[in-house]
Design a protein around this ligand. Structure first.
Ligand SMILES: Nc1ncnc2c1ncn2[C@@H]1O[C@H](COP(=O)(O)OP(=O)(O)O)[C@@H](O)[C@H]1O
Ligand SMILES: [Mg+2]
Length: 373
């Protein structure tokens, strides 16, 4: 049964991506297919469109629609969208002038609504959250990584730091550096190598440490961040992945909370790095007991909502969804690691289904909102 909201006028929804020389368009096919199928089920017209094909002055544009009968994507002439859901998959693509221009055109358009216009930058997120009275306490101490001396000063203060590329994803380029004054080689750097292997580099010399860090980082800007002693399950660290979306009434809500358990001895919890998908309660209960577990999960949810609101306020654009990585330390304190404006699909089936429906419920809400400058 469809909700009363969904029986009102249906918007035309376009999923925005970029074209690709070999496979028509970029992006996660399975995700786009699920989005189009959900649109069909809810009787909301939806197609995938590339930034190049989305010509806002035209009456009709070329969009891709998935055909379940022969499992192919076909190009059709379709009406201009009312709502554009930005799923340009790569930062590099979104940075291209012609893509930016198209997104800006949508933002300025008199009637078309576009949400989630840009990827977040890790550094800026911390800046935004530090400005919020309620979110300030959730962010680990974070600085730009500019040179050996500030790295050393921060190591003296915290003993252990995460070094992360500002535009990173899936654990790529993340390093862990520890200082142990009692050892001769007092600096210990752990890199996440290929095929689920860590590479460890030890040295007594700060310049040597810095040289190695720089050779890994290359030209990519990095942040350095105090290392949080994450709670663990059978000796492996875990953290929370929260999906926060707006509803058909335009209010932020938590669609689901999943947990990611790090592979043995791994420094991040990503599945491609040997991590696994788990139920939050299963991991939290042995560490905190069942009452505390319920409390922690409700805290995770309420904190995620505070974070989403603060990010939206500071970024100055309309957002409809984001995913977040939140850590819980051994004392039960909650910490923010990052938010992603292009959430990966959650594999937990109950989260997945709801998340797809919410895209359309929020799109419908947004299509009824007047556009302001
Ligand atoms: N400051 C930190 N303290 C402890 N663990 C961290 C810290 N920063 C990152 N991690 C671990 O590494 C993972 C990846 O970090 P994140 O900032 O989300 O990078 P990415 O963009 O590559 O996903 C986190 O989910 C967490 O498990
Ligand atoms: Mg992450």
């Amino acid at each position: 049964m469809s909700s009363p909201l969904l029986s009102e006028k249906k918007p035309v929804v376009a999923v925005l991506t970029v074209d690709d020389d070999f496979k028509l368009f970029r992006g996660n096919r399975a995700n786009f297919r699920d989005i189009v199928k959900t649109g069909l089920e809810l009787d909301i017209p939806v197609y995938v469109v590339t930034a190049r094909d989305l010509k806002l002055s035209a009456k009709k544009v070329q969009g891709y629609v998935f055909h379940p009968e022969d499992k192919t994507w076909k190009k059709h002439w379709v009406p201009l969208p009312d709502v554009v859901y930005n799923r340009v998959p790569l930062r590099e693509d979104e940075r291209k002038a012609e893509v930016r221009r198209k997104i800006d055109e949508c933002l300025r358009h008199e009637s078309i609504q576009l949400y989630n216009p840009f990827f977040f930058n890790k550094w800026r997120l911390f800046d935004w959250l530090k400005k919020g009275r309620t979110t300030r306490a959730l962010v680990p101490d974070t600085k730009k990584m500019i040179g050996p001396n500030t790295l050393d000063a921060m190591l003296q203060k915290y003993g252990s730091l995460y070094l992360k590329p500002v535009s990173g994803k899936a654990g790529k380029g993340i390093m862990l550096v520890k200082l142990n004054e009692n050892e001769e080689k007092r600096y210990r750097l752990t890199l996440q190598g290929k095929r689920s292997r860590n590479v460890v580099f030890k040295t007594a010399s700060l310049p040597a440490l810095w040289k190695r860090v720089k050779s890994e980082a290359g030209r990519t800007p990095y942040i350095m961040q105090e290392s949080i002693p994450l709670a663990s399950y059978r000796g492996r660290h875990f953290d929370m992945r929260v999906l926060v979306q707006k509803t058909g009434k335009g209010v932020w809500t938590v669609t689901g909370v999943g947990a990611r358990l790090a592979g043995p001895k791994r420094i991040t919890t990503h599945v491609p790095q040997g991590g696994s998908i788990e139920d939050p309660e299963k991991l939290l209960s042995p560490a905190f007991g069942s009452d505390m577990t319920d409390f922690l999960i409700s805290r995770v949810k309420s904190n995620a909502l505070l974070i989403a609101k603060q990010i939206e306020k500071e970024c100055g654009h309309t957002l409809g969804e984001m995913s977040m990585d939140l850590g819980i330390d051994t004392e039960g304190q909650i910490w923010f690691f990052e938010a992603n404006a292009k959430p990966m699909k959650f594999d937990e089936p109950h989260i997945r289904k709801k998340s797809l429906e919410r895209i359309f419920q929020y799109s419908q809400f947004l299509s009824r909102q007047p556009k302001h400058k």
